[in-house]
Design a protein around this ligand. Sequence first.
Ligand SMILES: [Zn+2]
Length: 184
Amino acid sequence: MSERAPEFRVGSVLATSFTGTLTERCGTPVERIPTPARLADWLSEMGLAVDACSPADLAAATDLREAIHVAATAQALGRPHPRDAVDVINAASARGGAAAALTRDGHRRWLLGRPPTVVAALGVVATDAIEILSGVRPGVLALCASPTCRAAFLDTSRGRTRRWCEMNTCGNHEKKARLKSRHG
Ligand SMILES: [Zn+2]
């Protein structure tokens, strides 16, 4: 669709992949869902394909994304979740209405209604956020060690020692910077 829009970074956790559609938050931010079409592309990539995506859908999505980011950051810092963020996440979850379905080959699919709507898709994302923020799923929320990133991620490593939101982006930047300072 929009060819020159920045590509997506897709991790294994839906909710933090969603907050990761805005990267380098503490540096020069990169918006990866700048248009309704790109939000539709992202949802489709996450198995949440919708029929249509409006500017209002995009606004609701970015509200939810930022609420998840704020709540995840608070949690990683050991602070209570801000009330506004909790309200936005809970409202998106309650509005959702998607149904989980089991496929015959043993996978989970989300049924987003007919037609499949962004509201239903965001409900799935909000539910995923509630799972990681409430500790229902194993792992702890942590913040990326990159000073320009500081993205929240779910650390499921055995000793909870993961430092980067993604090894092949932030981890590598850091490694390159270290090598450069050693040789430069
Ligand atoms: Zn990072």
